[in-house]
Design a protein around this ligand. Structure first.
Ligand code: URA
Length: 261
């Protein structure tokens, strides 16, 4: 199954990434802790058997609770990335944008044409809709962090393929590990299904928090979907309901929005 092959490729690339970090002497990643540096998440359900337990590391084991790498370091390690075939067709790699200490991170699917031109996520029509959502929440775009499952535009905006996700996902994990948000919002079917490693439809996933590496994750409809369904549609108000849950979890005020009849 595609999901399982994505998971095993993810596991392999994550292992390679942890090994890289260890070898490059990233603080806090000891040989002992590298097996457990990223707590076993739903996305890695089909992880291979764990090696024999090692003696306890002296330093606390890094999870999403500690920061190690900066976003700049992660961007630098991507370099002129050619780890998958999207590298050959992209114009600009779209890393992420926003507050490196954001309490809230939005994760989309992958860059479209506008993002590919500008090198920034969510700058086209979907980006304007996302900005509306952020503003409606009483926040600014600069307050949050925004990134995607894959960092390069898939040709003709097709869905990213499993090898592309596997090559790129470790960088998403590293970004999330660096920002260490209190809440993640997964935008749309693709992002939600990929990070949660499920085939459940977005209509079933949204509306409740899921666990992603110990961080509450709220799936919601993609801003592009809202553009198609309209600004006062049921899906629009469903997104607003999801965002009010996010605001409550963050203990932020919930602006009063009344639904037009
Ligand atoms: N732009 C992005 O950056 N991501 C999406 O998922 C859609 C548009």
């Amino acid at each position: 199954m595609v999901i399982h092959s994505v998971q095993s490729q993810l596991w392999a690339s994550l292992g390679a990434y942890l090994q890289d970090l260890k070898e490059s002497g990233i603080d806090g990643l000891t040989a002992e802790s590298s097996n457990t540096a990223v707590p076993e998440p739903p996305v890695l359900q089909s992880a291979p058997p764990q090696p024999t337990p090692q003696p306890k590391a002296e330093k606390p084991e890094p999870g999403m609770t500690e920061k190690h790498e900066t976003l700049e370091q992660i961007r630098k390690s991507l370099g002129d990335c050619q780890r998958c075939k999207l590298g050959a067709t992209r114009k600009k790699l779209v890393f992420g944008v926003g507050n490196p200490n954001a309490r809230l991170v939005f994760v989309g699917e992958g860059p479209g044409a506008d993002e590919d031109e500008k090198g920034e996520p969510f700058v086209g029509d979907a980006g304007r809709m996302l900005n509306r959502i952020i503003t409606a929440m009483g926040l600014k775009r600069e307050d949050v962090y925004i990134c995607n499952v894959v960092k390069c535009r898939p040709p003709q905006n097709r869905n990213p393929e499993s090898d592309e996700i596997a090559a790129c996902s470790p960088f998403l994990l590293r970004q999330l590990h660096s920002v260490k948000p209190e809440v993640i919002v997964a935008l749309g079917t693709f992002a939600a299904q990929t990070v949660l490693a499920t085939r459940e439809p977005i209509s079933k996933l949204r509306g409740k928090f899921h666990d992603f590496h110990g961080i509450p994750l709220m799936p919601t409809y993609h801003p592009s979907y809202l553009l198609r369904t309209g600004g006062n549609s049921d899906s629009f108000w469903a997104v607003w309901d999801d965002m009010t849950q996010v605001l409550r979890l963050l203990k932020l005020p919930v602006p009063d929005k009344s639904r037009k009849k």
